[in-house]
Design a protein around this ligand. Structure first.
Ligand code: ZN
Length: 237
């Protein structure tokens, strides 16, 4: 068994990281955030074969790199004055005020989001305060939406909650009739919360994303595609 050997190669001005290891096939990947290109190949594949494989996929690589440039990763917030926070689709500038007493968030003049915390509070703690605030705002908005939509759709959830999720806006456990809504929805326009809620409630009528499901969605919430696009746009993080 041979180990891993690493080298670099230039292909038409493109820098490629070459990793020779015990794999079966050549594998080419482009990595975010800057579009680094890496090729993993079996030991027996020659440099010329690698070069040809990269050349053959050059336009695909360029497209990937352009995509990463156009969609930079969400910057990590440090929860300091001057940063932007979104709330119901609107950008608010954050002002951190250090003081004794209860941690608190208030919106000043509908514009500034003021976070009052103790001086020694860590970034992590500030983020927790903000997230708990988002959670409580969502928890105020969800019950009226449920009372409005459940009779219309003819379904009833037994339980619902708010959870910070990485990959989904909402989920529905059909057996338990339990709905989870993503905490991040508080950053998006309110119509997005409504769309996700209706979507999840509809799963109590139709489990799968099939024609019947989308017919129901079209019928009850004709504007759902607009909300979905807003949800997936990068403008509000
Ligand atoms: Zn679904």
């Amino acid at each position: 068994m041979r180990g891993v050997s690493q080298s670099k190669m230039m292909v038409q001005g493109l820098e490629v990281e070459l990793l020779r290891k015990t794999v079966k096939h050549l594998r080419l990947k482009v990595y975010p955030p800057d579009g680094r290109v890496r090729v993993s190949v079996p030991h027996f594949v020659s440099d010329e074969e690698v070069r040809a494989a990269v050349l053959a996929r050059l336009s695909w690589i360029k497209k990937k790199q352009d995509h990463f440039l156009a969609h930079p990763p969400t910057p990590v917030l440090e929860m300091v004055t001057g940063e932007s926070l979104f709330f119901w689709g609107k950008r608010h500038s954050l002002e951190v005020v250090e003081r004794q007493g209860r941690h608190e968030i208030t919106i000043q003049d509908g514009e500034k989001l003021q976070l009052s915390v103790h001086g020694a509070t860590t970034t992590e703690n500030r983020l927790r305060v903000v997230n708990e605030w988002y959670r409580s705002e969502l928890k105020q908005r969800i019950p009226p939406l449920l009372s409005r939509w459940q009779p219309v759709l003819g379904v009833e959830s037994r339980e619902w909650g708010v959870k910070n999720m990485q990959t989904r806006w909402g989920s529905c456990n059909i057996c338990k009739k339990r709905i989870w809504l993503n905490l991040q929805l508080a950053k998006k326009p309110l119509q997005c919360l409504e769309y996700v809620l209706v979507h999840e409630l509809l799963h109590l009528l139709e489990r799968y994303h099939n024609v019947r499901f989308y017919n129901l969605l079209d019928h009850f919430l004709p504007s759902w595609q607009q909300s979905r696009d807003l949800l997936n746009s990068r403008s509000e993080r």
